[in-house]
Ligand binder design. Structure first.
Ligand code: 5AD
Ligand code: SF4
Length: 491
């Protein structure tokens, strides 16, 4: 929906009546109510009210935070980069334990800010909030929190805020966590961090239940958006100047299975490819077990789908992969990589690897190193196994001692970095098309962009290039980024 169309609908809401039942009209009603309140507060304080969103975790959360900012902005908040704002929201992650610890640490600090600004609102949402133990701890130790919601009901933010602000009987802390739902509410206010690239959710949740992973418990069952809604969203992004999109899902390869009229991910890609003006398509994440020949074919033929595939390995040991519930063996994975490279020889491959899964032996770990060597990843995210309560792996015996895990982790990182640097070096002297993203943070005479293979490149240039895809000569490789020089007109 056009922004102005939504504004008209918000404007037309009669907030002296009870709120409508249906979505998104119900949220427009609450947006209007909160907006009036914020206007009043602005007059009282003689300044705009500010909001600060801190996002932890993955691309899905980053996208959710954009939607949240969209709702807050439409209500009248101005984004601020400090946590001493009128409204502070943490969009949390819980994939690994240390993400949770960070949130508790910061919440303690927020208490002090609230003492200085008693009207300050503290809001928590995201994956960590879907865990009952977390909610009990916050209720007990962090009474400064005003609103908590989860991963399924982001669209209700305006309603929850209205409840907190206008219902005197409402409890001090409003908690609204949905266990699971198939509901996907479209057409809400929506902000985007970049004007030239953006993430697009194509599905939510995960049905895979890898035995170490908490995501299926906190993000719920897999559900796909209708292809028409996805294509329409991208079309309108392209009209607004977007040239690159990233299709987002926990396992994009199983896209479409739950739709009333099922379609495959490859079919969706074909539809997206046809959108005029769109230049680059990325997607993540792909589960190796569901990566079809059809998708490999489409990727090989397309000149819009970027030559980059993120293909989480997790472990190179077939024995551990079975216990992890991954549904592929080491050999299956290597065969798949061969197949992908036979259609797309130049593709960049990246991965996720977990070190120290319960029962991991030196032999298992050697298998992981072997796959890393044979595949030659362009980069890899390496993680130390983190025990997540409620997952099958948490109650497995034989948790690996910390010092053993640490030593293996360092060895893996070394290998990954050496091999990645070798691969990166191969591009030196070539010309790559680079999407120019921003002025370099350290040296403002440089611009920073990304190649099709998702490598970062810094090169001399000016701000006018932002949002363009231009040819850049790769002069030097620094291992995980390049130094280059622009060689001419934009594509
Ligand atoms: N411990 C460590 N890493 C994990 N991941 C998921 N769960 C855990 C865990 N319990 C990693 C996986 C996944 C990535 C997003 O996070 O490698 O692909
Ligand atoms: Fe977690 Fe596995 Fe689902 Fe990825 S596919 S989110 S690792 S359960």
């Amino acid at each position: 929906m056009e922004y102005t169309e939504m504004e008209t609908q918000i404007h037309a809401m009669d907030i002296s009546c009870p709120p409508p039942e249906e979505e998104p009209a119900r949220q427009y009603y609450f947006i209007k109510k909160v907006r009036q309140h914020i206007c009043q507060k602005e007059q009282e304080k003689g300044r705009k009210l500010t909001c600060h969103i801190k996002t932890f975790g993955c691309q899905m959360n980053a996208r959710d935070s954009e939607k949240i900012l969209g709702i807050l902005t439409v209500m009248g908040y101005e984004e601020s980069d400090t946590e001493q704002a009128d409204l502070v929201l943490y969009n949390t992650c819980t994939v690994r334990e240390n993400a949770n610890l960070k949130v508790y640490g910061r919440l303690g600090q927020l208490k002090k800010f609230k003492e200085r600004n008693p009207e300050m609102l503290t809001i928590l949402c995201g994956c960590m909030m879907q865990e009952p133990d977390v909610i009990s701890r916050i209720k007990k130790s962090y009474r400064n929190v005003d609103i908590i919601f989860g991963t399924h009901n982001i669209f209700k933010l305006a309603e929850l805020l209205a409840m907190r602000l206008f219902e005197p009987d409402a409890k001090r802390m409003i908690i609204d966590i949905w266990k699971d739902t198939t509901e996907i509410v479209e057409e809400l206010p929506n902000a985007r961090k970049y004007s030239f690239k953006g993430g697009v959710n194509i599905m939510f949740g995960c049905n895979n239940f890898c035995s170490y992973c908490i995501v299926p418990y906190v993000r719920g069952r897999e559900r796909s958006r209708e292809p028409e809604d996805i294509v329409e969203e991208i079309r309108s992004m392209v009209q607004d100047g977007v040239v690159e999109i990233m299709l987002l899902g926990q396992n994009v390869n199983s896209y479409g299975k739950t739709l009333e009229h099922p379609i495959t991910f490859a079919e969706l890609l074909r539809q997206v490819e046809e959108i005029p003006g769109l230049q680059r398509i990325r997607f993540m994440t792909s589960h190796p077990k569901d990566l079809s020949d059809e998708l490999i074919e489409v990727m090989g033929q397309s000149d819009k789908i970027c030559k980059h595939l993120h293909l989480p390995l997790q472990s190179g040991s077939s024995r551990l992969l079975k216990i992890m519930n991954r549904h592929y063996t080491k050999e299956d994975y290597l065969e798949l990589v061969d197949k992908i490279r036979s259609k797309n020889p130049d593709i960049s491959l990246t991965t996720d690897i977990i070190v120290g899964f319960p029962g991991e032996t030196e032999e298992d770990f050697a298998e992981t190193l072997d796959v890393v060597e044979r595949v030659g990843y362009d980069s890899a995210f390496t993680f130390i196994y983190s025990k997540r309560t409620g997952t099958p792996a948490a109650s497995m015996e034989e948790q690996v001692p910390e010092e053993v895990v640490k030593e293996r982790f360092d060895r893996l990182l070394d290998k990954v970095q050496v091999l990645a640097a070798e691969r990166a070096g191969q591009a030196v002297g070539t010309v790559e098309n680079v999407l120019v993203e921003e002025v370099n943070g350290q040296d403002t005479t440089l611009m920073t962009g990304r190649t099709e293979k998702n490598y970062v490149v810094h090169f001399p240039g000016d701000e006018s290039l932002i949002g363009q895809i231009i040819p850049v000569k790769i002069c030097e490789s620094k291992g995980f980024y390049y130094i280059g020089e622009s060689i001419g007109d934009s594509k």
